[in-house]
Design a protein around this ligand. Sequence first.
Ligand SMILES: Nc1ncnc2c1ncn2[C@@H]1O[C@H](COP(=O)(O)OP(=O)(O)O)[C@@H](O)[C@H]1O
Ligand SMILES: NC(=O)OP(=O)(O)O
Length: 309
Amino acid sequence: MRVMVAIGGNAVLRRGQPPDVAVQTNNIHTAVRTLARLALEHELVITHGNGPQVGLLASQGAPGHRAPYPLDTLGAQTQGMIGYWMQQALQNALPGRQVIAMVTQTLVSAVDPAFGDPAKFVGPVYEREEAGKLAAEHGWTVKQDGAQWRRVVPSPAPRRVVETRLIHRLVREGVVVVCAGGGGIPVVRDERGRLSGVEAVVDKDLTSSMLAESLECDTFLILTDVPRVLRGFGTPHQKEITYTTPHELRAMEFPAGSMGPKVEAVCRFVETTGDMAAIGRLDQAERILHGAAGTIVTPNGRWPLTSTL
Ligand SMILES: Nc1ncnc2c1ncn2[C@@H]1O[C@H](COP(=O)(O)OP(=O)(O)O)[C@@H](O)[C@H]1O
Ligand SMILES: NC(=O)OP(=O)(O)O
C-alpha cells in the first residue's frame, strides 16, 4: 500500500516548547519511531508543517540586513532544516533503506484572493499588546488565535507540486520521500513558463491532500496531537467522531487555523479518490491504518472500504 502521512507542526514543536534544535530533533526522533514502522510495511511519503519555524525565522531577519528574507526563501530554509532532521532520523531508524528530503515548490495563482486576506498563523503566540506593537514595527498583520495573538500571512490555494513526477518515481522505487514541507515553497509561473517565489505560506494539509491524489496514494493520514476529530469541540457536549463521510464533516464547522484545513484536506482526498483518509494521533498511526483509532473518513462512512453501489 502507498501511504501519505502529513505530520503536524505539533509533532516537531509543541505549543509552549522553546524552539531549540535539541527539542525539535527529540520530538522528530519520537515521531520517526512510528514512521519507520510504517515504512517497513508500506511505500511512504511524508509531509510536514513549518508554521512555528517559518514565523520565527521571519521575525529574526537576515544578519546584517534590515529586511528579513522573503517567505518563499524562508519556506525553503525550513524544508531544508526540518527535512534534514527527518531524513537523518529515518536513515538511522531504517538502515539500508533509501530516504530523501526534497526541496519542493508548490504552484499557486498570482491572483489568488488569499494574497489580500492573510489568514495562515505563523510563529509564536503573543499577548494582544505585544502583537500590536510588533505589527506596527514590522508591518505584520496579526489575528487572534484562541486566547492569544499571532502573525498571519497569505496562504494561497495549492495547485500542483512542481516536482510531482520526480517524487512519484522515487516512491515507486521504494524510497521514503519527505517533501512538500510547509505546504511547499509557494511559486508562480509566468507566461514564459518561468517559476518565481511569492510571499506566502501554503497550508501543508491542503498540499498533502492534492499530492496524495497525484501520487496515487491508497491512504492519506493527517497525524496531529488529538486522537480524533471532535464534534462540538470545546463545548460540554463534545464527542469523538470515529467513522464518517466527507458529507457529514462538511455539515459541521471547524476552526480555520487548526482543524478546518485538516478536515477540508481529508474530505477532498476521499471525494476525489474514493479511498480512505484519517485524522488522528501520531503515535496511533498503525492502529489508524487498521481502522482501530482516529477519525476514519470513507465515501460511505464504513470501514473496511465497501462498494457504495
Ligand atoms: N473539532 C476539533 N476536534 C479536535 N481538535 C480540534 C478541533 N477543533 C480544533 N481543534 C484543535 O486542533 C488542534 C490540532 O491542529 P493544529 O494545532 O493546527 O495541529 P498540527 O500543528 O498538528 O497540524 C488540536 O490540538 C485541537 O486543539
Ligand atoms: N505550512 C503549514 O501548514 O504549517 P503548519 O502545519 O505548521 O501550520
